[in-house]
Design a protein around this ligand. Structure first.
Ligand code: A3D
Length: 320
């Protein structure tokens, strides 16, 4: 059986890390695409030369022409611009929307059967626009944010409780941004909900709230430290987990920005919800009952995403 083909649209900081991780995990051959001449070619060559040392077999190439992504099984999209200190994700909308239009056309022409994972910000609006611009099936176009947001929550909780990150699960709903909704009663240490751990004296309610807030601000904390761009190691690892679940039909249950068809009372929009990812793409959206305060937070997050979608329609009326 031929190796899978993974196309990375955007070969910047996340794109380069994606190529490295996909190769190390032998998920398939990797084509890196970018408008910057030489960048995808140089990174592909560099990573391919780590193959003999690491012991992986993957063919890597770089291109500035969409024809190179022909027949890709998975496309991971990071094309666009990242945040700088002082910018919100929403400030990127105008520039990145135009980029999504080009990327959508390229994928529609050369990789219409691919599973497409969008990472470009502002995530929930960009993945919605990318699906419309590309015309690919809604179950095959998904946004990465929840895996990263819950990984951040898990890392902070594991550090706080001095337990392995492997034993901490976290549940995050809603849009990727300041309004994301980490659900403490569905987040656990070895199956014990955080709400019970507070009762057991592991930490105070106030301390837990601080960790939740740090999770919401997790991206900005890194932007403030890096100064020249945003996070890339953990975002890349998160998207690779989603790609792997699709390619190996693992049916992982992962929080993703998925197209909703009535779930949570919402239609024709993308927002972060728990999903099953398998060979058919998003195979199921899991709908849970929300308590009234969680519902209020989720609705706030949804209305922030809707605001961004309206801003997209103003720039590109054909998205309506
Ligand atoms: P960066 O290192 O700047 O890479 C972006 C790449 O896109 C550059 O190499 C550009 O040359 C390329 N590019 C620009 N325009 C086009 C185009 N029209 N076609 C093809 N390529 C193009 O950024 P990055 O890799 O750090 O981040 C990429 C995106 O991911 C940004 O929008 C970030 O805001 C976003 N991001 C999202 C998350 C989420 O959790 C959703 C996390 C971190 C970053």
């Amino acid at each position: 059986m031929a190796r899978s083909k993974i196309a990375l649209i955007g070969s910047g900081m996340i794109g380069g890390t994606l190529a490295h991780l996909a190769s190390l995990k032998e998920l398939g051959d990797v084509v890196m695409f970018d408008i910057a001449e030489g960048t995808p070619q140089g990174k592909a060559l560099d990573i391919s030369q780590s193959g003999p040392v690491e012991g992986f077999d993957a063919h890597l190439s770089g291109a500035n022409d969409y024809a190179a992504i022909e027949g890709a099984d998975v496309c991971i999209v990071t094309a666009g611009v990242p945040r700088k200190p002082g910018m919100s994700r929403d400030d990127l909308l105008g520039i990145n929307l135009k980029v999504m239009e080009q990327v959508g056309a390229g994928i529609a022409k050369y990789a219409p059967n691919a599973f497409v994972i969008c990472i470009t910000n502002p995530l929930d609006a960009m993945v919605w626009a990318l699906q419309k611009f590309s015309g690919l099936p809604k179950a095959k176009v998904v946004g990465m944010a929840g895996v990263l947001d819950s990984a951040r929550f898990r890392a902070f909780l594991a550090e706080e409780f001095k337990v392995s990150v492997e034993d901490v699960t976290a549940f995050v709903l809603g849009g990727h941004g300041d309004t994301m909704v980490p659900l403490t009663r569905y987040s656990t240490v070895a199956g014990i909900p955080l709400t019970d751990l507070v009762k057991m004296g592991w930490c105070s309610k106030e301390r837990l709230e601080e960790i939740v807030q740090r999770t919401r601000d997790g991206g900005a904390e890194i932007v403030g430290l890096l100064k020249t761009g945003s996070a890339y190691y953990a975002p890349a690892a998160s998207a690779i987990q989603m790609a792997e679940s699709y390619l190996k039909d693992k049916k992982r249950v992962l929080p993703c920005a998925a197209n909703l068809k009535g779930e949570y009372g919402l239609k024709d929009m993308y927002v972060g919800v728990p999903c099953v990812i398998g060979a058919d793409g998003i195979e199921r959206v899991i709908e849970i009952d929300l308590a009234s305060d969680e519902k209020a937070q989720f609705e706030k997050s949804v209305s922030a995403v809707k605001g961004l979608m309206e801003a997209c329609v103003e720039i590109a009326p054909k998205l309506k």
